[in-house]
Design a protein around this ligand. Structure first.
Ligand code: BF8
Length: 646
């Protein structure tokens, strides 16, 4: 396969909305209905005036949504169908599947998709470690040798091995966990014994990472099983295999390669784009490439080249989870979250968007075709018509990064300054809250955090995670929920697009304690930290798992006994479904702000919102109003406190 090609570049057109789409009378209302982000509003208004289509327009065009698909009672799995459950005498598909079976199989499919996406990302990270250890990828190194040694010890690797040998051995042992030969995931043993025992009793202890995903895909085949409960338990098992396996490997080994994040300051929102610089956005998920682009942008020859085309330099900005990885480790500015990705282009100020995979709109090249922006895809898994494909692997990543930067710089003179709008005023945020940096800030242990929870100054902790979804006003679900929780003395930890939303809203500054309750404000004030902590990208939800596991181990309780919960107010992706399920499977109940496609089966709803709590300790709630969601989460935390007598 060629590592470089242009794909159907001439057929890509700028997608336009019809001129009646907006009028001077309705435009401000439309913009205000779509987002709460000040900088996104400015650029969105310009975009709408220019008639360039965005995700919100496509969402509107899809309404009304199909009621069978929305409730999970349509099935596309085999050639006897497609089928729908329509009521009356049409309550089974051609094969005989009823609503419970259709809904549970569809959900298992989604959970397996999410687990596959995250875990495959983790595999690429650990393969990079293997190549680095074998000196096959000279641009990479060991960024955190302490973490390498700690993980090596956990995996039973001898401490006397030289660093590269140790890294090779660790990488091979982790890669083995993707297959089936070990039959157990090492990092799953980080949970308290009581939680581990619950997994065994419920039959959800993951045996390997890939195996659970493959078995899930086996089970969604027609005629394999007809018991919705048994089908959904496999969804939990595959999700746990991702959370305590594939995703956790992604986080831990990214730290080994690039360094474990430290607390630092960064800037967020669309105002991080710069008028006089070559703007390049790094979008997607895996830090393997973006770290090399950051390194290449430091080269004097790149700075000289930028000057030669009249630019003051190169301005790298992050988007989505790649952006979170770079913000946490390097302080690279973060331009925005999921629903900002088109706006970065429609600002008219972006020379290049480099993407790897996941959460990348397939129409980004259409958006780019309305401006001068070049889109570069880099993974053989993720080619997009109209983008330039420049295949990247750990051996060539640095060289390819240099070539991408040169192309972006050479594109700077093509910018039409008359069509450019960069909002003023980036927001500052304090970021980099890994478990290690939190522990270091507390003097080397999480015990002080546990003590403040036990004393009641902090009532508990909620992880707000996940995406944006045009069904929810952009960022509002995250921001309002976080504000309501900190008011109630609940500390909030965040990842993914949720963390970007709250950073943009100023909740990740120490001054945000002004909106917090007295106890939380006192604790965060004394430490000089915000009440809402940025813990990283979506794979970094495993940092939240580790935080909870360490607190539970310190307190001597199971995970489900902790006064903690999760929330995904604006989730859209299969990965978010998997994350929510590994939280629930780990005993941490989760609040969803968007209804999953399950309401076609009362039994599935009953299982996920009530019955699952018995064997696993966690369950789901769905509440679209973030204020009501905060009240439910607070009650849950108080109930957990009462049960612990604290
Ligand atoms: O993995 S939060 S929209 S960018 S899926 Fe995607 Fe959702 Fe954002 Fe990162 Ni996570």
């Amino acid at each position: 396969m060629s590592d470089e090609e242009e794909l159907e570049i001439i057929s890509i057109e700028c997608l336009k909305m019809s001129p009646e789409h907006v009028t001077p009378e309705n435009i401000d209302k439309k913009v205000n209905d779509r987002t709460i982000d000040r900088t996104a509003k400015e650029v969105l208004k310009k975009t709408m005036l220019e008639g360039v289509e965005t995700v919100w327009d496509r969402y509107d065009k899809q309404q009304p949504a199909c009621k069978y698909c929305s409730t999970g009672v349509s099935c596309q799995r085999c050639a006897m169908g497609p089928c729908r459950i329509m009521g009356g005498d049409r309550v089974r598909g051609v094969c005989g599947a009823d609503a419970d079976l259709m809904v549970s199989r569809n959900l298992l499919d989604t959970l397996a998709t999410g687990a596959a996406a995250h875990s495959d990302h983790g595999r690429e990270v650990v393969e990079t470690l293997l190549m680095t250890a074998r000196e096959e990828s000279p641009s990479y190194g060991i960024g955190d040798p302490v973490k390498l040694r700690k993980l090596a010890k956990e995996y039973g690797i001898h401490a006397s091995l030289p660093e590269k040998k140790m890294a090779e051995s660790l990488a091979l042992k982790m890669l083995d966990e993707y297959g089936t030969s070990c039959g157990v995931l090492q990092m799953a043993k980080r949970v308290p014994q009581g939680t581990y025992d619950m997994w065994i009793a419920a039959g959800v202890l993951p045996r390997s990472i890939d195996r659970e995903i493959v078995e899930a895909m086996h089970r969604v085949h027609m005629g394999v099983g007809a018991d919705y409960k048994n089908i959904l338990l496999q969804g939990i098992r595959a999700s746990l295999g991702d959370g305590w396996g594939g995703s956790m490997i992604g986080t831990e080994i990214s730290d080994v390669l690039f360094g474990t994040p430290d607390i630092r300051r960064g800037k967020v929102n669309l105002a991080v784009l710069k008028k006089d610089r070559v703007n390049i956005s790094l979008h997607g998920h895996n830090p393997i490439l973006s770290e090399m682009i950051v390194k290449a942008a430091e080269l004097p020859e790149m700075k000289e080249r930028a000057k030669a085309v009249g630019a003051a330099g190169i301005n790298l900005v992050g988007l989505c989870c790649t952006g979170n990885e770079l913000l946490m480790r390097k302080g690279i500015p973060q331009a925005g979250n999921h629903l900002d990705q088109e706006l970065v282009i429609t600002s008219g100020a972006l020379e290049m968007m480099v993407v790897d995979y996941q959460c990348i709109f397939p129409t980004l090249t259409n958006t780019a075709a309305c401006y001068h922006t070049k889109v570069v895809t880099t993974s053989p898994k993720a080619k997009i018509p109209g983008a330039k494909y420049m295949g990247v692997d750990p051996a060539n990543a640095f060289e390819q990064s240099k070539r991408m930067l040169e192309m972006a710089i050479d594109n700077y003179p093509n910018r039409n300054k008359n069509r450019m709008l960069i909002p003023e005023g980036p927001m500052e945020a304090m970021v980099g809250f890994s478990v290690e940096s939190i522990s270091a800030a507390l003097g080397g242990s999480l015990k002080p955090l546990l003590d403040t929870i036990l004393s009641g100054k902090i009532r508990g902790c909620v992880g707000i995670v996940g995406c944006n979804n045009p069904k929810v006003k952009h960022d509002q679900g995250h921001v309002v929920l976080a504000q309501e929780l900190i008011k109630r003395d609940i500390i909030v930890v965040e990842t993914g697009c949720a963390s970007i939303a709250c950073a943009k809203a100023g909740l990740m500054l120490p001054e945000a304690i002004e909106g917090a309750g007295k106890g939380l404000a006192e604790v965060c004030g004394s430490l000089g930290i915000p009440p809402v902590l940025h813990m990283g990208s979506c794979v970094d939800n495993t940092r939240i798992l580790n935080l909870a596991a360490e607190l539970a181990n310190l307190a001597g309780v199971r995970m489900d006994q902790l006064p903690v919960a999760g929330a995904a107010p604006e989730w859209y992706s299969p990965k978010a479904t998997t994350i929510a399920s590994y939280f629930v499977g780990s005993g941490i109940s989760v609040m969803l702000g968007v209804m999953p496609k399950i309401t076609g089966s009362e039994n599935v709803v009953q299982l996920l919102t009530e019955d699952i709590e018995g064997p696993l300790g966690g369950k789901f709630w769905v509440e679209t109003d973030p204020k009501r969601a905060a009240a439910i989460l607070f009650d849950h935390i108080e109930m957990k406190r009462k049960a612990l007598n604290i």
